[in-house]
Design a protein around this ligand. Structure first.
Ligand code: ADQ
Length: 457
């Protein structure tokens, strides 16, 4: 292949269905694929476990070149579950769980990153642009630059970049910073992440600050950028508006016994999302209202995630134990206050839950952005509904009209919930209109353009 623009990410944007391929869901893929289609673009990534050990040749699907990177079972163990999800994920999320540092995981990370970079070099035209995605591939920018020094390279980090005090623990901190500094533009969800990176680049990468987010390293300029990711607003809004989904949302509430207020949480089941502490806040609210007639229903939708990792298995047990305990303590005939779903939902059903909920509770302990908060806002077609949002989500930098909380403070979250369910409708509307403007202005298409324009794409 001889592509002008190559996106490289952990996964390909298509997944195996029967003998064919279909586009993976999500706004990121929908925003980028049309750009790649127009520009003769390609995508380099792992094809997923469903393809087994077959060595796949590059192929075309969804109108773009797909370049599969093979991973062995041992690499999935050491690179993906090990270094990516056992080391980087907890370290970059404020060490809310302890990161493990193993040299064999690091060696797998280096080897796999080199393989992705080699596939990019084979795919990209000499004057092409490579755009590298996320924490799994932080060494790839440098590796591409080593292979072809004149390439234009961008990097985007979807998760937070940690403060230097935490990043300093990383045994391979110099290598990671060198890897990222191979790019021309390194972009982050938030200003804070960009600032954290600049400090680390100066300390561990020998970079000098030129001001306004620019660094000088080895005689090259590296630009840092804040580019908060968004969603495909129209897609969510159009679904939420449809009479079928509005009707289905009414039915859902009636199936729950027509509670006075529906409170919703939607997350991948991950220890960074604060689901366990959130349940304690819900329990506190129920305790405070034990003598009132108001009936709350708290719905928690949890998507199975990284089920092979022990920390995720014990998290699931804790959450399910807490759900059972709360329902045991507070249920009455015909009413259980917590409704818990452990599965991935089709988009229409997810939107139905967003439409049915009076209050959305988004309380991660740390989150790069959090798209769920933005999806809820986009689905509130009647300008009602209250968003409670953790101040530790990247989205908090933008969604200032939400009710911001410290997710570690159970009483504060419970008091904010109480405030939300009692809020005056005019204040609800004023806040929601402001949130909708913000979410609409910074949708996923704007995000893609803001990242690709500086690369000259
Ligand atoms: P995630 O940690 O996965 O993403 P988030 O941004 O909330 O977190 O995105 C989750 C996505 O999964 C949403 O689009 C949501 O609709 C979907 N989803 C959640 N529950 C679902 C369910 N039950 N069924 C089906 N779909 C469900 C990482 C970073 C984030 C960052 C994104 C994008 O951790 O901080 O916002 O990448 O950059």
């Amino acid at each position: 292949m001889n592509s002008q623009i190559v996106v490289v990410a952990n996964r390909l944007p298509v997944r195996r269905v029967g003998d064919g391929w279909e586009p993976s869901p999500g706004g990121l893929v929908r925003a980028l694929v049309p750009i790649l289609q127009k520009r003769d673009g390609a995508w380099v990534g792992w094809a997923g476990a469903d393809t087994g050990s077959e060595a796949l040749e590059p192929f075309e699907a969804d109108g773009i070149g797909q370049v599969p990177v093979p991973l062995s079972a041992e690499e999935i163990e050491h690179f993906y579950f090990g270094f990516c999800n056992g080391t980087l994920w907890p370290l970059y999320h404020d060490v809310v769980s302890a990161p493990e540092f193993h040299r064999r995981w690091w060696r797998a990370y280096e080897a796999v990153n080199q393989r992705y970079a080699d596939h990019v070099l084979e795919t990209l035209s000499p004057d092409g642009i490579a755009w590298v995605q996320d924490y799994q591939l932080q060494l790839v920018p440098r590796m591409i630059r080593n292979g072809r020094p004149d390439t234009t390279i961008g990097f985007y980090l979807h998760i937070p970049f940690p403060p230097i005090e935490l990043f300093a623990r990383m045994p391979w901190r110099n290598e990671i910073i060198q890897g990222l500094l191979g790019a021309d533009v390194v972009a982050f969800q938030t200003r804070r992440s960009a600032e954290n990176f600049i400090r680390c680049a100066r300390r561990y990468g020998g970079a000098h600050s030129l001001g306004r987010g620019e660094l000088s390293v080895e005689g090259r300029r590296v630009r840092t950028q804040r580019a908060p990711i968004g969603i495909d607003v129209d897609e969510f809004r159009n679904l939420a508006r449809s009479p079928e989904i509005q009707e289905r949302a009414r039915e859902l509430r009636s199936e729950m016994g027509n509670p006075d207020k529906v409170i919703l949480g939607v997350d991948r089941l991950d220890y960074t999302k604060g689901i366990d502490i959130r349940l304690r806040a819900v329990e506190t609210l129920l305790r405070w209202s034990i003598d009132s007639d108001v009936r709350y229903e708290f719905v928690q939708v949890a998507v199975p995630s990284r089920e092979g990792v022990p920390a995720y298995q014990s998290l699931r047990e804790n959450i399910e134990g807490a759900v059972g305990r709360i329902n045991g303590d507070f249920a009455r005939p015909g009413w259980s206050p917590v409704h818990y779903l452990y599965r991935s939902l089709p988009l229409e059903e997810l939107v139905t839950y967003y439409v049915a909920a009076d209050v959305m509770l988004v309380t991660p302990l740390r989150d790069g952005m959090n798209l769920v908060a933005k999806e809820y806002v986009a689905c509130r077609v009647h300008n009602d509904g209250v968003l409670i949002l953790s101040e530790f989500a990247g989205a908090a930098e933008q969604l200032r009209s939400s009710l911001l909380v410290n997710p570690h403070d159970v009483d504060q979250v419970a008091a904010t919930l109480q405030h939300a369910v009692e809020m005056d409708p005019s204040e609800i509307q004023r806040r929601m209109l402001s949130l909708k403007r913000t979410v609409k202005r910074a949708d996923v298409y704007r995000w893609a353009a803001s990242c690709l324009d500086p690369l000259g794409a």
